[in-house]
Design a protein around this ligand. Structure first.
Ligand code: C5P
Length: 240
């Protein structure tokens, strides 16, 4: 069923599916990269954890009537998704100040954003993913003004769903990055992954960082932390 390798990214490999031209298989790798690939390592079991965490989260979003590329998890490391053409935008939603915004705008870490902020970045490794305004995004991609508005609205809706999901697991959703893609008929849907690689999650009681910042800032064992996130999501979503 798994066809040829179509593309290899920093965190995933993308395969064609034999006889299903509108589907793809995403295979999650054990590689961890930060600072646009300047810091690199490998963690046995990371691919499995991100695949299973992303699958749980996309299933939850589907239950909330949110359409995405996700079809199903196939095994520990792979998931079946609808084929999309990724729009080269990284849509970041921020509830609490952390990471690049604290450096870029001199905002103190932990400051609250009410309402939540939406930022756009250009998905372009050679340029280190620069921040964009709406006009840049309209110029650089094939997205229309109405579609961009809808994408930002979707990102904020997803934020509400994710905040609820993580809160039930004792986690504060600090920020996260989404990617969107176009299906064959042109419809824009949520794509890519949602995992501790793409979200900042802080333990609501201790404030402990439970995401890729553990790797970025060398704070401890990434696998133990990601396992803890999966376990919390499983306890939470199994009870439903
Ligand atoms: O680095 P920055 O603070 O802008 O990241 C905001 C959020 O987006 C973080 O949760 C980070 O993990 C995520 N992100 C990502 N992929 C990128 C850049 C940021 O998943 N290329």
């Amino acid at each position: 069923m798994k066809g040829s390798l179509l593309y290899e990214g920093k965190a995933k490999k993308v395969y064609c599916v034999d006889d299903e031209p509108e589907q793809l298989i995403l295979s999650y790798k054990n590689d961890a990269t930060a600072f646009n690939g300047k810091k690199k390592d490998q963690f046995e079991g990371k691919g499995r954890l991100n695949n299973l965490i992303t699958s749980r989260i996309f299933e939850y979003l589907q239950q909330q009537q949110l359409t995405s590329h996700f079809i199903k998890a196939l095994n520990d490391n792979e998931q079946l998704v609808a084929k999309t053409t990724i729009i080269p935008l990284e849509v970041v939603v921020r509830n609490i100040a952390a990471g690049s915004i604290t450096r870029r705008l001199g905002i103190e870490e932990k400051s609250l954003f009410e309402p939540s902020l939406v930022e756009l970045f250009y998905k372009k490794d050679e340029l280190d993913d620069p921040i964009l305004n709406d006009q840049h995004a309209l110029y650089l991609t094939d997205i229309t003004e109405d579609e961009l508005k809808a994408v930002k609205q979707m990102a904020l809706e997803i934020n509400e769903h994710l905040k609820t999901l993580f809160k039930q697991s004792g986690l504060d959703l600090v920020d996260f990055k989404l990617e969107f893609g176009r299906l064959a008929d042109g419809t824009i849907v949520l794509a890519d992954e949602i995992s501790p690689d793409t979200c900042r999650l802080w333990d609501e009681k201790t404030g402990e960082k439970m995401d890729k910042d553990v790797f970025r800032e060398s704070l401890g064992d990434l696998i133990t932390v990601y396992e803890n996130i999966l376990q919390r999501l499983e306890e939470n979503t199994c009870a439903k």
